[in-house]
Design a protein around this ligand. Structure first.
Ligand SMILES: Cc1ncc(C[n+]2csc(CCOP(=O)(O)OP(=O)(O)O)c2C)c(N)n1
Length: 655
């Protein structure tokens, strides 16, 4: 395997093809232990090699959309020795990261950003008069996202030199949806464009590499159209004889955006990719190259199950099998959400479910399967999805919008302007609220309490277990306001889920353990959501050490239960709030605000994430322990507060 990008440039095409094979083996074997985005990376092996053969990073800039497909780029840019640490503690990040390598020109994790970022770089380059090439690499699903179109709308009047590569494998995580995916399909099956691509391919294959670049550079002086004419291809205008709506599968969409379209070409044909990129490099007009790739290329198991192999945990490299779930493992929160959605939809005609391209990740696939007519996949279009749901709500429907907490940030203004301001009863199920440990800061969902709590009309809750999640979802269908339910990634607590979810009282906390009035120091532990389990365990230890401990499940972060907080606040010697969320503006802050207003003087210790972006790690527990969201740190903080020095645990985050 190569040491760095300069090494790639020295290899011949057969050697590069051999390299592609080595990379595939490393991807398949290297990810087996810890998992990762195997399928997308197997699909871009040749593309990544060709990019590094033709362009020179870090001077030239590659901007990858989502950037879950940068593993090959990492292998080629001096990170091969650390590759097997990817997504693990202190290891490589699973996405492009500016702090990790000078070859990662732009970080990402959320979809739809590549074209805008690359265009910004191109504009800056033009301003400073330098000559870097900027290449945006985006998937077909990125074109379901509005930002991509906002960027394309701006390309032609911003710069003359811009290369977009549309990596089309027909898949998002699930099968890509919507008109754009139909459009791309028409484009790739249109015989005229296939002929054009063939002509181009035949042309570029006729010349040895150096000669071709020269010839193309020369032709390109007259612009792309001239180059095409010059190489014996028909000028683009004569090709765009569609109905003007792209209805005949023409590239009019890109052309009208001011980007020349070239394709579709085989994205696994290394020499063709190299020649095409050489050509693109010489173009004096923005160009988009449409390449066709296969997600999972070279690995039977991934080709058969593209959705599963988009991103997965450990698997057997030889067979592609993933370990069976151990008997007795609690259900995943996402499945409880999806199954509850089905239950609610069956009982209530107005309930519909919505996902933004994440039917499996959010569990909405259960509704898709059981009641497809009540299910919507809007594509990677969180903003549209939220406003779409708001529209439905005005007509009496009860949309359940299932979007990961961090992706919902995309739709912040829509939550404000379209949902909350009009007080519409949209139900938000925010999965991955808390850490997504392997993914890291792009995916941690630890800001939603703060970003929602400030909006009027919001009802926000966090279940302590899966049964409570179902109850909260049912309750939300009866509330005439926007409701938000946050719950963590992964396995739930393992409590039985009732057949019929029950109504819970809005704004009411649950006292799980009251003070014993046994003369010990009184400590009230308010454990929100998944931190409730930690509060309960800390209570056992503190009780054993002679403290008089109450445990409360707050359930609501807005409105918080003023009566329960105030009464425990007054009675306790110390209040502790625990939340799987940043401390700034979070649940503990809400408690402090209340205590300030009600003149409750009791000290409050807040446990939650500090004011910094939290890195990725192998497990959530490692990060929780490191940052003090743990039983040991809770106990230590309480003891330190009372000057009890018997605690051997080092404090995290100050007293
Ligand atoms: C804003 C946002 N919403 C959802 C996701 C989840 N997500 C990650 S990759 C992906 C699909 C990407 O498909 P595509 O761009 O076609 O690339 P491919 O994996 O097929 O190569 C989705 C929906 C995300 N990363 N960001």
């Amino acid at each position: 395997m190569v040491d760095g990008p300069e090494h790639v440039k020295k290899l011949t095409v057969p050697q590069l093809q051999e390299l592609a094979g080595e990379i595939r083996t490393e991807l398949i074997e290297g990810l087996a232990k810890g998992g990762g985005h195997l399928g997308p990376n197997l699909g871009v092996v040749e593309l990544s090699i060709a990019l590094h053969k033709v362009f020179t990073t870090p001077k030239d800039k590659f901007v990858w959309d989502v950037s879950h497909q940068v593993y090959v780029h990492k292998l080629l840019t001096g990170r091969k020795n650390r590759f097997r640490t990817i997504r693990q503690t202190d290891g490589l990040n699973g996405f492009a990261l500016r702090t990790e390598s000078e070859h990662d020109s732009f970080g990402a994790g959320h979809a739809g950003t590549a074209l805008s970022a690359a265009l910004g770089m191109a504009a800056a380059r033009d301003k400073r008069g330098t000559d870097e090439n900027v290449v945006a690499i985006f998937g077909d699903a990125a074109l379901t996202n509005g930002i991509s179109f906002e960027a394309m709308n701006n390309v032609a009047h911003t710069t003359k030199k811009f290369i977009g590569i549309l990596n089309d494998n027909e898949w998002s995580i699930a099968k890509n949806v919507g008109a754009i995916s139909g459009y791309l399909n028409k484009l790739i099956t249109n015989p005229r464009y296939n002929q054009l691509a063939k002509d181009f391919e035949n042309f570029v294959r006729r010349f040895p590499k150096g000669e071709l670049a020269l010839k193309l550079a020369h032709r390109a002086e007259g612009g792309f159209k001239g180059a095409l004419t010059g190489v014996g291809l028909k000028p683009t205008t004569s090709l765009v004889e569609s109905d003007g709506r792209g209805g005949q599968g023409s590239p009019v969409l890109f052309e009208e955006m001011g980007m020349r379209y070239l394709g579709p070409i085989d994205g696994h044909d290394l020499p063709l990719l190299i020649s095409t990129l050489e050509f693109a490099k010489t173009c004096d007009h923005p160009i988009v190259i449409h390449i066709l790739t296969q997600k999972g290329k070279g690995y039977e198991a991934a080709l058969k199950q593209p959705e599963k192999f988009h991103g997965l945990g450990p698997y057997n490299a030889a067979t592609g099998e993933t370990p069976a779930t151990k008997p007795g493992t609690p259900p995943m929160y996402q499945d409880v959400m999806g199954q509850t959605c089905v239950k609610l939809a069956k009982k209530n005609q107005s309930v519909v479910g919505l996902t933004a391209a994440m039917p499996s990740g959010t569990g909405m696939k259960h509704l898709e399967k059981a009641m497809p007519e009540r299910y919507y996949d809007v594509g990677i279009a969180e903003e549209h999805g939220v406003i779409f749901a708001a529209g439905m709500a005005t007509m009496g429907l009860r949309p359940i919008v299932a979007i990961y907490s961090s992706f919902l940030q995309r739709a912040y203004d829509c939550i404000h302007h379209d949902v909350c301001l009009q007080d519409l009863p949209v139900i938000f199920c925010m999965d991955r609220a808390g850490l997504s440990a392997n993914d890291g800061p792009t995916h941690h969902g630890i800001f939603d309490i703060s970003y929602l709590r400030c909006f009027p009309n919001v009802i926000a809750m966090a279940p302590a277990n899966e049964d409570e999640l179902a109850d909260m979802m049912f309750t939300a269908t009866t509330i005439n306001h926007p409701t938000f339910i946050r719950y963590p990634r992964g396995a739930a607590e393992g409590v039985p889920v009732k057949d019929e979810p029950a109504l819970i009282e809005v704004g009411k906390a649950v006292v799980q353990q009251n003070f014993a009035n046994n003369g010990g120091r009184k400590v009230a532990l308010f454990g929100l959501g998944p931190m409730n389990a930690i509060a309960k365990k800390a209570a056992v230890q503190l009780t054993a050490d002679g403290y008089d401990v109450a445990v409360i499940n707050p359930r609501f972060t807005k409105p918080i239960d003023t009566a329960v907080h105030e009464s425990f606040g007054r009675e306790a010697d110390l209040v502790v709030t625990l939340e799987d969320h940043v401390l700034i503006g979070g649940y503990g802050s809400a408690v402090l605000e209340l205590f300030s207003e009600q003149a409750v003087k009791t000290s409050v210790v807040r446990i939650g994430w500090p004011d910094q972006f939290i890195e990725h790690a192998t497990t959530q527990d490692e990060l929780r322990n490191k940052y003090g969201l743990s039983v040991a740190n809770t106990v230590a903080k309480v003891k330190t507060h009372f000057g009890d020095t018997t605690s051997a645990t080092k404090l995290v985050g100050g007293a």
